[in-house]
Design a binder for this molecule. Structure first.
Ligand SMILES: *Cc1c(COP(=O)(O)O)cnc(C)c1O
Length: 376
């Protein structure tokens, strides 16, 4: 079996986790938590990083830190893993679905078009949806499969309409947009260290920001909002969202390898790209000339009528394969939400599959996958 995306554990993971066990510092306080946060902040180039239990909780507290609450709206891509959309609902807010561009990320031009057509700014300095009367407080562009979103356009919109950007960089740690790290360009960036991501802590996440107030607020919210170091005083409804020292120990060991991982991913992408280029109707998703993707998950476009047969063929050959996500506005919980001219995302749903992307893939594995796609 060739798995889709497996963790790669080859460095100091055993050593650092053993240090936690030997010292008794196993829970959510400990030196590895501080080290992991400092390492990610330095790598991404933000002033602050707060470690949390997973990427979904990172998104949840980021929305809260932006003041998203009951009755607000948040712009999200229709084509995404469901986590950022669920996080919007955890806050009592409503998602408004945007289309994707040809890099599969939220399309800045269409998003601008939606805002110009359907929304307006009021005297309080916020943008409101004319149809629903609700405030649009934030947007969550997702850097899909590691490829950065086209941030310049989104940052422009953010400034013009006073809409905070929370980057869902859960798939894109180490990816660059015009030389800048994903996660560092919005008000807040969120990472995930789930088992299938480019680095893993088993489960885990991180919030990064340059805003000291946001960082402090998120640290507070994720530790039960305890406001006195001694007495059990709490000044709001908080969460137990902190990462443990054991998980952070693994994270430090994985961060030490991140640049190597990215290099391998990019090299394997080249290999796939070469092998798949000659197959008619098939194209391997590349990268924009302004992007340097971490190449977390490889995507292949096939004709819509070939999608199922190709997937079935790969599975039969013992090759794990996945369809791209179902568009979130077609799911039961979100089918009543507004979706603005979803066209490209629909085409992506009908044509894109993900193929094995693990760091540990051998050249032989890659040839086997490419060949199975060729003969399918
Ligand atoms: C993995 C992922 C998340 C959530 O991360 P978890 O750590 O699994 O909670 C959020 N958004 C996207 C796009 C993801 O791929």
């Amino acid at each position: 079996m060739i798995p889709l995306s497996e963790p790669f554990i080859s460095g100091n993971e055993w050593k650092y986790i053993k240090e936690c066990l030997d010292s008794g510092w196993v829970s959510s306080v400990g030196s590895f938590v501080d080290r992991f946060e400092a390492m990610v902040a330095k790598y991404v180039g933000t002033a602050h990083a707060v470690a949390v239990v997973n990427g979904t909780s990172a998104l949840h507290v980021s929305l809260l830190a932006c003041g998203v609450g009951d009755g607000d709206e948040v712009l999200v891509p229709a084509l995404t893993f469901i986590a950022p959309v669920n996080a919007v609902r955890y806050c009592g807010a409503e998602p408004v679905f945007m289309d994707s561009d040809d890099a599969l990320c939220m399309d800045p031009r269409k998003t601008a078009e939606f805002l110009a057509e359907s929304c307006g700014m009021r005297a309080d300095g916020f943008t409101y949806n004319k149809k629903t009367g609700r405030r649009i407080k934030a947007m969550i562009p997702v850097h899909v499969f590691g490829h950065p979103s086209d941030m310049d356009g989104l940052v422009e919109i953010s400034g013009r309409y006073n809409i905070d950007i929370i980057e869902d960089a859960t798939e894109s740690l180490g990816s660059l947009y015009k030389g800048r790290q994903t996660g560092s360009m919005g008000k807040i960036g969120c990472f995930s260290f789930n088992g299938n991501k480019i680095i893993t802590t088993g489960g885990g996440g991180m919030v990064v920001t340059n805003d000291p107030g946001v960082a402090k607020g998120i640290r507070h919210l994720t530790t039960q909002a305890k406001s006195d170091p001694f007495e059990y005083d709490h000044d709001e409804v908080g969460y137990n969202y902190r990462l443990t020292n054991i998980q952070a120990a693994m994270g430090v060991a994985q961060m030490e390898k991140l640049d190597e991982f990215i290099e391998v991913k990019r090299k394997n992408a080249e290999l796939y790209s070469g092998l798949l280029s000659g197959i008619s109707g098939v194209s391997f998703m590349g990268e924009k000339d302004w992007a340097k993707s971490n190449r977390w998950l490889y995507a292949v476009k096939v004709p819509p009528e070939r999608k199922r047969p190709v997937m079935e063929k790969l599975l039969k050959e013992g090759i794990q394969v996945r369809p791209i996500w179902r568009l979130i506005h077609t799911l039961r919980m979100y089918q009543d939400c507004a979706a603005y001219r979803i066209e490209n995302a629909k085409e992506a749903f009908e044509t894109i599959i993900n193929i094995p992307s693990s760091i540990g893939l051998s050249e032989e594995d890659i040839r086997k996958v490419a060949n199975a796609i060729r003969v399918a």
